[in-house]
Design a protein around this ligand. Structure first.
Ligand code: SF4
Length: 490
C-alpha cells in the first residue's frame, strides 16, 4: 500500500492522484521488502519536503532509491517485522531520501549545507550524512528537528560517490584551482570516524590525481591510526591542514571521545605527526562550555594537549534551543550560558582564565580565537614566513574598528603580515568577480576592497572574495547618481 504523499505531490507540482498512480504502477516490480522500503521513503519524503520545485520524476527516483537501499541492506528476519524496518535501515534510508529530495530541489538542508558547500570562503566537501560521535551540543542532531532522524547515533551514510563530488567541485563557480581552500566532511560527519575514513582518503586520492594544489583542511575529533597518518603524509599535490580536537569534555558532553584511553590515542596521533613536518597540525580547543569543561583541571589538560601541536584555536559554543534539557538527560549540570542568545558564547572572563593558566604553566603554544587564525598559523609554519590571515580577519579589525577578533598573541611577524596584507591587483579582483558572476565595479583602497553593485553582495560572495584576496571586502550600493553607502562587514 502506498502511504499518503499529498504534501510531496503538491511541492513537486503533481496532483496527488498522479503521484499515487505512478508509484502504484511499479509496485508489482518490487519485492515485498522493497515495497516496505519504498513506503518508508515516501513517508520520509512527504514529511521532509520543504521546497517546491517541478519534479515530475520524483516517483521514479523514490522507486530506484527503494531498490538501492533494499540491495544495500537485504532483509533479515531478526531486523524486520512484517511492517517495520530496522533502525539501521531506516536511518540509511532517511539520509539517502533527503539527499535525493535535495537533488530534486524539494529539500533544503536547514543549515544550508550542501555536498559542495561554500563556507567561510572555502568549499567543504560533504558526501556523507550522519555522525555517531554523540555530542550533546550538536546543532545537527536528530533532537533538533522533527521527522529527520539521520544524524545523532546515526549511521554515517554515503549520499554521493566521491568522484561525482569532485566533478561537482571542478564545475563549482567559486572553485579556483590552486587557490580555494577545501575542507572535508564538515557539519555532516567526522572525517575519521571508522565508517567515514575510507571516504576521506578516497577524496584525497581523487584530488591528488587531479593535481590541484589547493590546501585541504581536515577537522576531526577522532584519533588517527599510525597508518592513517602515514597515508596522509604520502599526498604530494596539496598541503593538509589538520585540526585535532581536544576539549577535555566529559562523557555526557561527547560520548565517543571522553576518557583517558581515547586521550592517549589522540596523544599518540600527535606524537606520530611529529615524524612528518610537512603535515601541518593544530589543536582545536572547542567548544568550551562554562559549567561543563571549563574547570582548571580540564583547561590544563586541553592546553597541555595543544602545547605539543604549537597552536590552539579556542572558542565557545553555538547554543542549540534545548541544550540544558539534553545535558540534564545525560547527567550534566546546567551549562552557564548567556541570557541573551548569541551566535557563540565565549565570555571574556573565560578567555582571560585560559590565557592566565597558559601563562602560569609557561606554555609556548600560540592561542588564537578563530579557525582562520589556526589555518594561517599552520600555513605560515609550512611557508617558513608569515602569510596574512586567510580570511582577512585582522584587516577587517583595522578597517572597521570593531571589537578585535585577532587575539594578538601571535608572533610580531604574524601580526604584521595580518595587519598589512598585500593590496590585490585590479586583474585579480576582476577575474574573481567574473568567476563568481558578480556584476559590479570596485575600488581597491589601501585597507579594503569596495565592491559597488545594485544588488547587495551575499555573505557567500563576500567571504569568497575576502578569502581569495585575503583582504577586507565591503559593499556599497550603486543606485544611479546617488550613492547610498552601506557597508557589509564580515
Ligand atoms: S595575527 Fe591575529 S589575525 Fe593573524 S593569525 Fe594571528 S590571531 Fe589571527
Amino acid at each position: 500500500m502506498v502511504p499518503d504523499a499529498e504534501r510531496l505531490a503538491e511541492h513537486a507540482g503533481l496532483s496527488s492522484e498522479r503521484l499515487h498512480q505512478e508509484l502504484r504502477a511499479h509496485l508489482n516490480d518490487l519485492s515485498a521488502y522493497e515495497q516496505r522500503v519504498l513506503a518508508a521513503a515516501i513517508d520520509i519524503a512527504n514529511g521532509g519536503v520543504n521546497v517546491s520545485a517541478d519534479a515530475p520524476d520524483v516517483a521514479d527516483e523514490l522507486i530506484s532509491l527503494a531498490r538501492v537501499v533494499g540491495a544495500l541492506h537485504p532483509p533479515q528476519a531478526r531486523h524486520t517485522t512484517r511492517t517495520e524496518l530496522s533502525t539501521r535501515v531506516h536511518r540509511t534510508l532517511s539520509a539517502k531520501t533527503l539527499h535525493t529530495m535535495r537533488e530534486l530541489g524539494l529539500y533544503r538542508d536547514p543549515d544550508g549545507v550542501e555536498p559542495v558547500w561554500p563556507h567561510a570562503g572555502m568549499l567543504i566537501l560533504n558526501p556523507i550524512l550522519g555522525c555517531n560521535f554523540g555530542c550533546v551540543y550538536c546543532f545537527r542532531a536528530d533532537e533538533q528537528r522533527e521527522s529527520v532522524d539521520w544524524f545523532l547515533s546515526g549511521r554515517p551514510t554515503k549520499v554521493l560517490e566521491e568522484d561525482v563530488l569532485v566533478d561537482r567541485l571542478a564545475r563549482h563557480p567559486l572553485f579556483v584551482p590552486g587557490t580555494t581552500q577545501l575542507g572535508l566532511h564538515t557539519a555532516t560527519t567526522d572525517p575519521f570516524l571508522p565508517q567515514v575514513r575510507d571516504s576521506t582518503f578516497r577524496i584525497l586520492e581523487i584530488l591528488e590525481r587531479r593535481g590541484w594544489t589547493n590546501d585541504v583542511m581536515i577537522i576531526t575529533k577522532c584519533y588517527l591510526r599510525d597508518q592513517d597518518i602515514d597515508r596522509l603524509a604520502s599526498f604530494t599535490s596539496f598541503r593538509i591542514l589538520l585540526f585535532l580536537t581536544h576539549n577535555a569534555a566529559p562523557e555526557g558532553m561527547e560520548k565517543m571521545g571522553a576518557g583517558p584511553e581515547y586521550l592517549a590515542r589522540k596523544q599518540r596521533t600527535v606524537a606520530r605527526l611529529a615524524r612528518w613536518p610537512h603535515l601541518a597540525a593544530a589543536h582545536y580547543y572547542r567548544p568550551i562550555v562554562p559549567g561543563w569543561n571549563d574547570s582548571e583541571d580540564q583547561i590544563i589538560e586541553a592546553l597541555t594537549f595543544g602545547e605539543a601541536l604549537g597552536a590552539s584555536v579556542i572558542g565557545g559554543l553555538k547554543e542549540i534551543p534545548n541544550l540544558a534539557e539534553l545535558g540534564r538527560r545525560r547527567g550534566l549540570s546546567l551549562p552557564l550560558l548567556s541570557s541573551e542568545r548569541e551566535e557563540k558564547y565565549f565570555p571574556r572572563e573565560l578567555v582571560e582564565r585560559i590565557l592566565g593558566i597558559h601563562g602560569r604553566l609557561g606554555l609556548t603554544s600560540v592561542i588564537v580565537g578563530d579557525q582562520s587564525c589556526g589555518l594561517t598559523v599552520m600555513l605560515s609554519r609550512l611557508n617558513r614566513s608569515a602569510v596574512p590571515n586567510v580570511e582577512g580577519l585582522k584587516a577587517y579589525d583595522l578597517a572597521t574598528g570593531r571589537e578585535p577578533r585577532c587575539m594578538g598573541c601571535c608572533s610580531p611577524e604574524q601580526l604584521s603580515a595580518c595587519a598589512a596584507p598585500p593590496v590585490p591587483t585590479e586583474d585579480t579582483v576582476r577575474s574573481l568577480l567574473e568567476r563568481a558572476g558578480i556584476k559590479a565595479d570596485f575600488d581597491i583602497k589601501a585597507d579594503r576592497l569596495v565592491v559597488r553593485s545594485e544588488e547587495r553582495l551575499t555573505e557567500r560572495d563576500t567571504e569568497f572574495l575576502a578569502a581569495h584576496l585575503r583582504y577586507a571586502v565591503f559593499w556599497q550600493q550603486r543606485k544611479g547618481d546617488s550613492m547610498r553607502a552601506e557597508r557589509e562587514v564580515l
